[in-house]
Design a protein around this ligand. Structure first.
Ligand code: GLY
Length: 358
C-alpha cells in the first residue's frame, strides 16, 4: 500500500488497502460513523466492502440514488431527512462508498449537514479513484448545468483499492480512464501513447498510471485546494467536456462524465494547436486514440449556440471570459489566458476533426 497526502488527508492506494479502512475510528470520544452507499451499484460494492471491512458492516447504512441525471439537490433531501430523523449529530462521520457522482453528492451532503460533518471516501469506480474522491470538491448540478452548486470540503482519508475494478462495467472503466489520460497530458512531459493505449483496455490497464494520477492530484490539491492557480490545470478537457455533458443530458441521452472529458480533451488540444503552439502530432494522435475507444460526440450545427452558452456559464469564467486549459505540449499547460468565442466556435464547427491530414 502506498500513501500520498493532500494536506492532512491521507490517500491510501493499492491492492488490499481496503482492509485498512476497517480501522476507521467508528466509535471514539462520542463520535459515531455511518455508511452511505450508491444504491444501484450496492450489489457489486457491498460484498467486497463487507468481506474486507467486517467492522464497517455493522454500521448504519444509507443509500443514495447517485446517477448522472439524478445529480440534483432534490435527490439529497431524503438522505438529509433520514440523517435528521436518526439523530446524526455534528460528531458523526460519514463513510462514502461509491463512484464519482456519489463522492461529489455525498461530500456535498456532509459539507452542509449541521454546517459540516467529516467524511471518508472509499471510491469504487475508476473515475472516483482517479479524480472525484481526492481534493475535496463537492457538487450537484442545477438542471443540466454541471457541478454549479458545491463547495470545498476535504475528506479525512481515502482508500483506493482496485478490488472494485473487477466488476466495473466497460463504459464506467472508460469514463475513469479519461481522467487518467488527462493527468498524463497535463502532468507527464514524457507521456507514451503506447501506455495510453494500454490504459484504455481493462486487460492491460497499468496500475502505475492510476497511482500517478492520484499522486499528482493529491500534490496539486495539497498546494492549491481552492483552485486559485495550479489546480485549474485539472480542468483540461472540461470546458468542452461539461458543455457536451450538459447538452447530452438536456437531450435525454446522458453520457458519462469521463466520456465527455475525453471528447473535450480532443477539442481543447485542437484549440491548443490554434492558440498555444501545441504540436499537431499530439492533437492528431490523441484524436485518433479517443475516436477509436470513445467514438465521437454527435451534435448538429443547430446545437452549437447552446454548447457555447454552456461554456459561457462555466464556473471557471471571470467577467464573462472563458478560460479553457490549453497545452503548449504534454506536461505544459496554460490556464491564465482567456479565449474569445471565435476560436471556440471554430473548434465546435470543425469537430469531429479530420485526422487523416497530418
Ligand atoms: N476534478 C477537478 C478537480 O478536482 O479540481
Amino acid at each position: 500500500m502506498e500513501t500520498v497526502f493532500d494536506q492532512q488527508c491521507a490517500v491510501h492506494i493499492g491492492e488490499g488497502c481496503l482492509r485498512a479502512a476497517d480501522e476507521i475510528p467508528i466509535r471514539r470520544q462520542g463520535r459515531t460513523c455511518v455508511l452511505v452507499c450508491e444504491r444501484h451499484a450496492a450489489p457489486l460494492i457491498l460484498p467486497p466492502l463487507m468481506e474486507n471491512c467486517p467492522r464497517l458492516s455493522k454500521l448504519p447504512l444509507y443509500y443514495l440514488d447517485a446517477s448522472e441525471p439524478g445529480k440534483q439537490i432534490e435527490t439529497l433531501l431524503p438522505l438529509w431527512h433520514e440523517w435528521a430523523r436518526d439523530g446524526l449529530d455534528r460528531h458523526t462521520s460519514v463513510i462514502l462508498v461509491g463512484g464519482g457522482v456519489l463522492c461529489d453528492m455525498g461530500g456535498f451532503a456532509a459539507s452542509v449537514y449541521k454546517r459540516g460533518i467529516p467524511f471518508y471516501a472509499i471510491p469504487t469506480t475508476l473515475l472516483a479513484m482517479a479524480d472525484a474522491s481526492v481534493g475535496g470538491k463537492t457538487a450537484v448540478d442545477l438542471g443540466e448545468i454541471k457541478n454549479i452548486l458545491g463547495n470545498f470540503h476535504r475528506s479525512e482519508a481515502v482508500w483506493i483499492d482496485p478490488v472494485f475494478l473487477k466488476t466495473l462495467p466497460r463504459n464506467e472503466f472508460l469514463s475513469g480512464a479519461a481522467e487518467i489520460l488527462k493527468m498524463q497530458f497535463i502532468g507527464n512531459p514524457g507521456l507514451s501513447f503506447a501506455e495510453l493505449e494500454k490504459c484504455l483496455d481493462p486487460g492491460t490497464f497499468p496500475l502505475s498510471l492510476l497511482h500517478f494520477a492520484i499522486a499528482e492530484k493529491a500534490r496539486i490539491t495539497g498546494i492549491d485546494f481552492y483552485e486559485e492557480n495550479i489546480r485549474k490545470t485539472l480542468n483540461f478537457g472540461h470546458t468542452f467536456g461539461h458543455a457536451f455533458e450538459a447538452l447530452a443530458l438536456k437531450q435525454n441521452r446522458p453520457i458519462a462524465h469521463g466520456q465527455a472529458v475525453a471528447h473535450g480533451m480532443v477539442c481543447e488540444l485542437y484549440l491548443s494547436c490554434l492558440l498555444a503552439g501545441c504540436p499537431k502530432h499530439l492533437f492528431v494522435q490523441t484524436a485518433r486514440l479517443i475516436n477509436r475507444h470513445y467514438g465521437i460526440f454527435r451534435y448538429g450545427k443547430e446545437d452549437i449556440p447552446e454548447l457555447l452558452g454552456y461554456m459561457l456559464n462555466d464556473k471557471k469564467n471571470r467577467n464573462g471570459q472563458i478560460f479553457p486549459v490549453l497545452l503548449q505540449d504534454a506536461g505544459k499547460s496554460l490556464y491564465t489566458e482567456s479565449v474569445g468565442t471565435d476560436p471556440l466556435l471554430q473548434t465546435l464547427n470543425t469537430y469531429p476533426f479530420n485526422t487523416d491530414l497530418d
